[in-house]
Each structure stands twice: as structure tokens, then as C-alpha cells.
Design a protein around this ligand. Structure first.
Ligand SMILES: Nc1ncnc2c1ncn2[C@@H]1O[C@H](COP(=O)(O)OP(=O)(O)OP(=O)(O)O)[C@@H](O)[C@H]1O
Ligand SMILES: [Mg+2]
Length: 242
């Protein structure tokens, strides 16, 4: 025990205190607090327009935000996105943000800009997780299927060797089987020790993956639930009704 009464193990991987964000005069994210424990996979559920993307962008400073964010106990509030990446906080954005005219390999190499010397080894890890990317290594990203593009977006994020991976609806627009495949890979990454914060609108998938879920509605977290305490989806439905 330290003087503050906490052990190293109890320091969260990420903790946000009263983080908020506005677009002009509209506060899309009201002061919100959350945490992700070391080695945890947490999902954020909520209806369209609830503020899920804004929350992820506020945490990674892609959107200007107020409030405090701590990474392993260290105050990282106000650090720009690229400095967060150096600490191991990496986000896979909604829409994937790939370079469509570049090959699979080139997109991956760009992701390794922080660890260029280890790019080949890291690419091996990505191909082990997503063998389909190895088969398509010279194909341009824009001609990949939606599922393959999502695999590439996650693969590119992995090239930055994240400690905390944030993903904004990686299953969006994908067939159920492909979505399941991708989300299963996130479970595997989490088993390997990477903390994961996942925005996922498909409640059955979100509940299957995570042991803890935050529900966000109208710009604020309205519930924090342990998934093993959720008996039916009706328990969640009330949070979706404004
Ligand atoms: N760049 C922007 N300028 C103005 N308003 C915005 C901007 N981006 C988002 N908003 C608004 O902020 C609110 C939250 O949007 P956000 O994209 O965070 O929701 P979301 O939960 O991710 O929704 P979805 O499930 O549709 O992805 C919405 O009302 C949206 O219209
Ligand atoms: Mg969104």
C-alpha cells in the first residue's frame, strides 16, 4: 500500500474524470467519468447520436476536450493525439481512415512509424491474427472488402504496438460472421494484455465480449453495468428510450 492507499495493481490503465466536449455551443459530451482497468476490455453502448464517437475523440484529443485523463496514474490531459500514440494509446476510427490507393503493406508500414525497426516483426503478428491480409499484401486497400479493410485498420493500429486500443464501431456495416471474426480477434488481443475500449452498437456482441459496459445516452454515461448481471436485453432497452 502506498501513502495514498492504492496499490500499483489498482491504478487504472486509463481514467477520465469529468471529460466533456462541445461543437460550437452544443455540448455533445457532458462531463463524464470512466475507467479501464489494466488488461480489461470495456464496451461503450448507446444509440445513434449519443456521443460515443465524441467520447472516443475527446479521450484521444482528436476533438478538443475539457476534464482530466490519466494513463497508468499519469496526467495526460491535453497531450496531443500523436503524443498519446507514443504512450501506447491508439484509436481505430469510425470509417477506418485507410489510404485507399496504397497497398496493404504500405498502410501497415505507415502504422509502424513509431517503431520502424520492428515493423517486419510486428507485421508478422498482424498476419498471424489476420491471415487474409498476408494473402492480400500487395492489393490496394481501396479494393479490399469491408471486413478486410477493418482488419487492415486494426492491423495498422497494432503496428503502433498499443497498450490501449480504442475502436469506434469496428463491426459497422459488416456481415455478422465477419463482425464476429473481428471482434473475436479483439478478445484475443485482450488476452495478450492489450487494454481495449470498444464502441459497439450491437448489444449481443458487446455483452459477449466485455465484462463491463458503459451505456451512454444524450451525451453522458447513464449506466455502468457488469455484463454477468444483465439478465436480458430489456435491462438495457430503457437506456435507449429518451
Ligand atoms: N463535427 C460536429 N459538429 C457538430 N455536431 C457534431 C459533430 N460531430 C458530432 N456532432 C453531434 O454530436 C452528437 C454526438 O455525436 P457522435 O458522433 O458522438 O454520436 P455517436 O454516439 O457516435 O453516434 P453514431 O452511433 O451515429 O455513430 C450528435 O448530436 C451529433 O450530431
Ligand atoms: Mg459514432
Amino acid at each position: 500500500m502506498s501513502a495514498a492507499g492504492t496499490t500499483a495493481a489498482s491504478v487504472p490503465l486509463l481514467e477520465a474524470r469529468d471529460i466533456s466536449a462541445s461543437y460550437g455551443h452544443v455540448q455533445a459530451l457532458k462531463p463524464t467519468s470512466l475507467h479501464i482497468a489494466e488488461g480489461e476490455l470495456v464496451t461503450i453502448l448507446g444509440p445513434n447520436g449519443a456521443g460515443k464517437t465524441t467520447l472516443m475523440r475527446a479521450l484521444t484529443r482528436l476533438t478538443a476536450s475539457m476534464g482530466s485523463v490519466f494513463f497508468r496514474g499519469e496526467d495526460i490531459s491535453g497531450l496531443p493525439t500523436h503524443k498519446l500514440a507514443r504512450r501506447g494509446i491508439v484509436m481505430v476510427q469510425e470509417g477506418r481512415g485507410l489510404f485507399p490507393q496504397m497497398s496493404v503493406r504500405e498502410n501497415l508500414i505507415i502504422g509502424a512509424y513509431l517503431h520502424a525497426a520492428e515493423a517486419e516483426a510486428q507485421m508478422g503478428t498482424v498476419f498471424e491474427l489476420f491471415p487474409r491480409l498476408r494473402e492480400r499484401i500487395d492489393q490496394i486497400a481501396g479494393s479490399l472488402s469491408g471486413g478486410e479493410q477493418q482488419m487492415l485498420a486494426i492491423g495498422r493500429a497494432l503496428m503502433a504496438k498499443p497498450q490501449l486500443l480504442m475502436l469506434d464501431e469496428p463491426s459497422l456495416g459488416l456481415a455478422p460472421r465477419v463482425a464476429f471474426e473481428i471482434l473475436s480477434t479483439l478478445s484475443e488481443l485482450n488476452r495478450r494484455g492489450i487494454g481495449i475500449l470498444l464502441v459497439e452498437q450491437k448489444a449481443p456482441l458487446a455483452l459477449k465480449l466485455a465484462r463491463r459496459v458503459y451505456v451512454i445516452s444524450l451525451g453522458k454515461i447513464v449506466a455502468e453495468l457488469k455484463t454477468d448481471e444483465i439478465k436480458s436485453y430489456h435491462d438495457l432497452a430503457r437506456y435507449y428510450l429518451h
